[in-house]
Write a protein that binds this ligand. Structure first.
Ligand code: PEP
Length: 266
């Protein structure tokens, strides 16, 4: 049996969806479907108001809890914001930062995202930093330059000892929520190889090789195994399909299958 090289993730980003009842049904469906949870770290990221509910439902399971965002201060006069200290207090271990919807719909800059990454890691959270180019940037052959900028600026001044708490999600903006126009597994593989190469320049080859790199962009049950079978693709960040327990469970099972094949090659 081989030792897995990197931790594998399946992350459900619920975005701004669900009600109390829907959250309860969704979490119970995922728990029921994933009673055996091997090899893969499954993380649910509900909206802030359902945090405590989801935390309580997940007690005693192997499913982890994450947040979709945070403000880079421990406390203070920041009306409407949520701090890393509050997330830790509420039992969240993970936080998604720099999601393309926050970059492009809410105007977050690389330097603001960098403050969040530094603050989250220093507080003891595990951060998932999202990067990825828009369709215009892709068409203009700027993917490499965008990844370089988002990674270099997003990780500026992050102490090396915190990097084990960090993973990266490569999510081409045009592939998110766009089942008709998504990236092929081969394209995802190529972009993730580029991402790891950039990380190697930023934080050294060993840390880059240890880091979990996820892909996100309309991953569904029918294409999950093809993405997850790509070498160097260590997990998936799921939006739309994370809102349906059966779909999310099917993707998590595909990840477990890919991991099993890595650990126990036939
Ligand atoms: C996302 O929200 O990061 C995402 C990848 O969404 P979807 O799976 O719906 O494309």
């Amino acid at each position: 049996m081989n030792t897995p090289t990197r931790q594998k993730f399946v992350v459900g980003n619920w975005k701004m969806h669900s009600t109390t009842l829907e959250a309860e049904q969704l979490v119970n469906g995922v728990i029921h479907g994933l009673s055996v949870n091997n090899y893969v770290t499954v993380i649910l990221c509900p909206p802030f108001p359902y945090l405590a509910l989801v935390r309580d439902l997940l007690k005693g399971t192997q499913i982890a809890l994450g947040a979709q965002n945070m403000y880079p201060e421990a406390e203070g006069a920041f009306t409407g914001e949520v701090s890393p200290t509050m997330l830790l207090d509420l039992g969240r271990e993970y936080v998604i930062l720099g999601h393309s919807e926050r970059r492009h719909k809410l105007g977050e800059s690389d330097s603001f995202i960098n403050q969040k990454v530094e603050c989250a890691l220093a507080a003891g959270l595990n951060a998932i930093l999202c990067v990825g180019e828009t369709l215009e940037q892709r068409k203009a052959n700027q993917t490499e330059a965008i990844l370089d900028r988002q990674l270099t600026q997003g990780l500026a001044n992050v102490p090396p000892e915190f990097l084990s708490q960090l993973s990266i999600a490569y999510e081409p903006v045009w592939a998110i929520g766009n089942a008709l126009h998504h990236e092929s597994p081969q394209q995802a593989h190529d972009a993730l190889s580029l991402t790891r190469k950039k990380l190697s320049r930023i934080c050294g080859e060993i840390r880059a090789q240890q880091m979990t790199l996820q892909y996100g962009g309309s991953v569904k049950p029918h294409n999950a195994a093809a993405f997850l079978g790509q070498p160097g693709l260590d997990g998936v960040l799921i939006g739309g399909a994370s809102l349906k327990a059966d779909q999310f469970v099917a993707i998590a099972k595909a990840a477990m299958g890919a991991m099993k094949a890595e650990v126990q090659p036939s």
